[in-house]
Design a binder for this molecule. Structure first.
Ligand code: ZN
Length: 132
């Protein structure tokens, strides 16, 4: 991968690997269509713009969806399916990714990582939600 492992790494072109565990954590285990929270086993990776319409398997084109919503949406875009996303998908920065993939992050490590999240990161609100 070539990066140094420093959470302060702010390279604009850094793209963390995409996997379901990290994706579901990015979206706080909420279905991005019905806004309900589900256990991992009932969640799936939805391609906002489906493969059949040129969509890619990238962070900015994937969201967490419950099986019911994913089936209902099928191979359509949200507009075509008349379904609305509750949040815009985003590519995590390096610091965000370290946080998201950690099973258990130490409190001081968490603060350090949070300090490196962009101010506009939707994760600030989600993390506050988790900690409450
Ligand atoms: Zn749903």
């Amino acid at each position: 991968m070539g990066h140094t492992g420093n959470p302060g790494n702010t390279r604009a072109d850094y793209v963390p690997p995409l996997n379901n565990q990290t994706l579901f954590r990015r979206d706080a285990y909420l279905c991005m269509y019905c806004a309900e929270r589900f256990p991992t086993a009932e969640l799936s990776r939805d391609h906002v713009r489906p493969f059949s319409q040129g969509g890619l398997d990238t962070w900015s084109n994937v969201v967490t969806a419950c099986r019911r919503c994913n089936n209902a949406k099928a191979w359509r875009t949200p507009e075509q399916a008349h379904m609305q996303l509750i949040a815009v998908p985003f590519t995590p920065t390096y610091a965000e990714y370290i946080f998201l993939k950690g099973r258990r992050v130490l409190a001081d490590q968490m603060e350090y990582l949070l300090a490196h999240f962009p101010r506009t990161s939707p994760l600030h609100a989600r993390i506050r939600h988790w900690l409450n």
